[in-house]
Write a protein that binds this ligand. Sequence first.
Ligand code: ZN
Length: 280
Amino acid sequence: MRIGNLSGRLTVFTNAGAVDVEKASGGRFEADPRSVFEQWEVFTAWAAEAVSDADALPFAMEDLDAPSPAPAQVFGIGANYQDHASESNLETPEFPVVFTKFPTSITGPFSEVVLSGPRVDWEAELVVVMGKAARDVPAERAWDHVAGLTVGQDISDRTEQMKNQMPQWSLGKSFPGYSPMGPWLVTPDEFDNPDDLGLDCALNGVKVQSSATSRLLFSVPALIAELSAKLPLLPGDVIFTGTPGGIGAVRKPPLFLKAGDELVTTIEGVGEIRQRFRSA
Ligand code: ZN
C-alpha cells in the first residue's frame, strides 16, 4: 500500500489515483497525516478493506508533502555503507553512528532548496518511518514496527558539519529544506525483499550514486534493534539510514551543489524525489 500526504491531507494512492482518507472513511480517520501513526495497525487494516479505485481522484505529484511531516524524533545514521565509510576515511563502525536531523528541516519530495553556502553536498538515503512504538525490539521482529519506506536526501553543509575539530553533523544537516522525503510511504509487505532495494542519485542527469540497501552495514532491522535498545521509537519517527559512496566532497576535485542544479533520488519500488537548488 502507498500512503502519503497530499496538500496536507492523509491519502492512500491506488493505481487509479488518490483516495482522501477522511472522506473515504466518513471521518473515522482525521485528515492530518500526523495523526495516523498512533493508530497505524487499525488504519492499515481499514485501508486494506475499504479503499477502492472508485474513490480515487487524479492528483499532481507536485502537491505531495512529506509523509511524516512532524516526527518527534529523526535519526540519521553515518558511515553505514562500506564504500562511503572508505571514501570518507572513516573506519568501519562497530556500532551504528547516530546523529539527528532536526524536524524543521523536513520538506516534501519535490522542492526548491536554498543553499546555505558553497560546500553543500548530497546524500541519497532510504528512509524508514515507524508505525508502532518500539522498545527493546529484536531484529527478527523489527519490520513489524515499520509503517513504510520512503526516499530521502540527507543534504549536508560540509563547512558547517566540519568547522569544529569535533564534527557537528546535526546542525550542518538541518538547514530548512535539508531533509526532503517522499513521495509516499510504501508498506514493507509490498516488497519481495525490503532489505534489498536499488538506490540511485543523479545530479543534472548524471548518475552520482548507485547502490542497494542490501549493502547497509547495519540493516533496517539491526538499526531498529540498536536504537530501540537505547530509547523508545515512537509512531511517525523517521530514520535516515545512511548514504552509499559517491558524495561530492570527496571527489577530486570536490563537487558541490550550486544554484540551478537538479538532484533526483530514486529507490526501487518506492519512487523518486526531485530537488532544485538556488542561492540565498
Ligand atoms: Zn546521511
